[in-house]
Design a protein around this ligand. Structure first.
Ligand code: UFG
Length: 328
């Protein structure tokens, strides 16, 4: 019998890739999305249920209809800058929405949760490799909202038997190598898609946000992980829960830091095109350096990233950018 997995945010960038990975692993992903930031045409690998996490009766109906064996919870607002100017929006959508989801899930007897958290929960720890034991001191409301949801899961674990695998993502990049799905945010705020748009003239020059950071070339350092590797870890996390193993937190990153200038330079090499850039001011809420200590997922989950080298991530994103599907 087919096993259904409820994928909140299943019409979004990471959620749509997760649906493909789940389909490929023999599950039926049920994408649940309010289409505020997601795209219905990204739902290709299983049924679609339109709905909002703030609508409890809609959630109850979806749980009753599909009886999922687990929830993969991606749905969230995720713009760091916006979270600084509109924190209430993040507490309502991310935290209240998750509370509704978990209560509906518990009521339906679905106790396995794979949750999409972020390295933004750690905050600024300059020059430290961040592992899962690093204290969490988020410096933006987005990170604070995700940390609150992690806390919520811990409490529901103690009181209701919820089992959760929490993944703290570093910077997710790349696209499905078959270009069936890919990254498409409106507005777009992320470095690599903005850069590819600048390269092929879809928008103006890329602004580098700050060149006076305390890093070797003055620009921020991030740890980029391929979206396909990231969602593979989610399938392993789901199996971990199905095997009855304990709740666990895992970082998902490669442990390698790239500065903004290094990403720009790699894009020049991969696309063989010029990247028009402007050197601008720092962006509020940006940490100087976020690099993962990522051995736990490798050792305990058996996670083996395959496409997370910078050239492959940019090449896959570039292929998606040039595909017909990118032009929505
Ligand atoms: N950057 C630029 N110019 C741009 C866009 C980004 O210089 O036009 C820089 C940023 O300042 C940052 C790096 O490129 O140094 C990466 O920025 P992204 O916006 O692509 O990603 P972030 O690191 O800001 O955000 C990502 C996730 C968030 C998560 C965060 C953790 O998208 O969900 O990592 O800090 F919260």
């Amino acid at each position: 019998m087919t096993k259904h997995v409820l994928v909140t945010g299943g019409a979004g960038y990471i959620g749509s890739h997760a649906c493909k990975a789940l389909r490929d692993a023999g599950y039926t992903p049920v994408a649940f999305d309010n289409l505020v930031t997601g795209w219905q045409d990204a739902v290709k690998f299983g049924p679609f249920e339109q709905g909002d996490l703030l609508d409890r009766s809609r959630l109850d109906a979806v749980f009753a209809k599909w009886r999922p064996v687990a929830v993969m919870h991606f749905a969230a607002l995720s713009q760091v800058g916006e979270s600084m100017s509109m924190p209430g929006k993040y507490w309502l959508n991310n935290v209240m929405g998750s509370l509704n989801l978990f209560e509906a899930s518990i009521a339906a007897g679905c106790l396995n949760v794979v949750f999409s958290s972020t390295c933004a929960t750690y905050g600024d720890h300059d020059n430290v490799v961040l592992d899962e034991t690093t204290p969490q001191h988020p410096i933006n409301a987005y990170g604070a909202s995700k940390r609150a949801i992690e806390d919520m899961l811990r409490d529901f674990g103690a009181s209701n038997g919820v089992n959760a695998v929490v993944f703290r993502y570093f910077n997710v990049a790349g696209a499905d190598p078959e270009a069936e799905v890919g990254e498409f945010h409106r507005p777009e705020t992320h470095l690599i898609p903005l850069m590819l748009d600048a390269i092929d003239g879809k928008r103006g020059a890329l602004t580098i946000f700050g060149t006076d950071y305390d890093t070797p070339d003055g620009t921020c350092i991030r740890d980029y992980v391929h979206v396909c590797d990231l969602v593979d870890a989610h399938v392993l996390g789901l199996k971990w829960l199905e095997d009855g193993r304990e709740s666990r937190v895992f970082n998902l990153g490669t442990g390698m830091g790239f500065s903004v200038r290094e990403v720009v330079s790699a894009s020049r090499t991969v696309t063989n095109r010029d990247v028009p850039i402007i050197e601008g001011e720092r962006r509020a809420g940006d940490c100087t350096r976020l690099v993962s200590g990522s051995s736990r997922a490798v050792q305990e989950l058996g996670w083996r990233p395959k496409r997370s080298d910078m050239a492959t991530m940019i090449a896959d994103a570039w292929r998606w950018h040039q595909s017909g599907s990118y032009e929505r």
